[in-house]
Design a protein around this ligand. Structure first.
Ligand SMILES: Cc1cc2nc3c(=O)[nH]c(=O)nc-3n(C[C@H](O)[C@H](O)[C@H](O)COP(=O)(O)O)c2cc1C
Length: 264
């Protein structure tokens, strides 16, 4: 999430869960190819693994080049953003508007996969504007899956590209979880993840009876303690966080407010 899942946040999240896959903020191909220093856009610390780099872009050649760079930097996965509705990215043919151009996404995915051996995945919506949530989503997934994408995370609401702000596009269009569940039923061979409005591990567990994975956005940032239960409750493993009030002090700046509370 832009400005939220920064490397500081991700390092903090790793003190709470070893198993959750963490995603970077969306980084555009332009930033990677022309921005300096590259460390500013791609830098991370080793503790953050497993870590996916999310790319924003639409030019297949540039996306392939950036995916190869991501692999060389040691990222575990590259995820293509086909869900962001902001005007700024639409003008550059990035994000949710690409749902209207499945062949372009397929071409990009094919080029990205040819460039690397790490997984190339896609995050999308159930549709945009007046697209048909059934036929058009099925068609989008079919075309992109044909290009070799096996993992999709679907934000279970449409994006309205005209008239709604990015913030409204995260709340106003209604959530349609059953649509994502039906997608998994119709394409059982694909890994289908669900995203949108999920706030508790009990909700994650319920979703996991329908789909392969759950992506939690805002709640993981606004209530990071949620992450402390992930390893045990979702993966059946002991997590790294023993107690909320006895933080490890290897990162004093991040933990300072919790530490003050612990002492008071
Ligand atoms: C501040 C902010 C920044 C976001 N940036 C991104 C982004 O860079 N890439 C992306 O795929 N989604 C981004 N999102 C959307 C979330 O990933 C997620 O799809 C959305 O918030 C719905 O899930 P949630 O209800 O679990 O938060 C962002 C959301 C917020 C609140």
């Amino acid at each position: 999430m832009m400005d939220w899942t920064t490397r500081d946040y991700r390092a903090f999240a790793r003190t709470l869960t070893k198993r959750a896959l963490l995603y970077t903020e969306m980084v555009t191909t332009g930033a990677i190819l022309h921005g300096t220093p590259r460390e500013r856009f791609l830098g991370y610390s080793e503790v953050e693994h497993p870590l996916a780099l999310q790319l924003g872009g639409s030019d297949a050649g540039e996306l392939a080049e950036c995916t190869a760079i991501a692999e060389a930097w040691g990222y575990d996965e590259v995820n293509l953003n086909v869900g962001c509705p902001s005007d700024r990215v639409q003008n550059n043919m990035i994000g949710a508007c690409l749902m209207g151009y499945p062949e372009k996404v397929a071409e990009a995915v094919r080029a990205m996969q040819a460039a690397v051996s790490i997984p190339v995945t896609v995050k999308c919506r159930i549709g945009i504007d007046d697209q048909d949530e059934d036929a058009d989503l099925e068609r989008f997934i079919a075309i992109v899956a044909d290009a070799g994408c096996e993992v999709f995370t679907v934000h279970a609401r449409k994006a309205w590209l005209q008239g709604l702000s990015p913030k409204q596009n995260r709340d106003v269009p209604p959530l349609n979880y059953p649509r994502v569940h039906r997608l998994k039923q119709s394409r059982p061979e694909l890994h289908i993840g669900i995203n949108g409005g999920i706030k508790t591990l009990a909700e994650c567990q319920a979703q996991l009876t329908h789909v392969d994975s759950v992506m939690v956005g805002r709640e993981a940032y606004q209530n990071p303690w949620l992450l402390a239960g992930v390893d045990e409750q979702l993966f059946g493993e002991q997590g790294p966080a023993a107690s909320r009030w006895m933080p490890q002090l290897h990162s004093g700046r991040i933990f300072s407010s919790a530490w003050m509370k612990a002492r008071s």
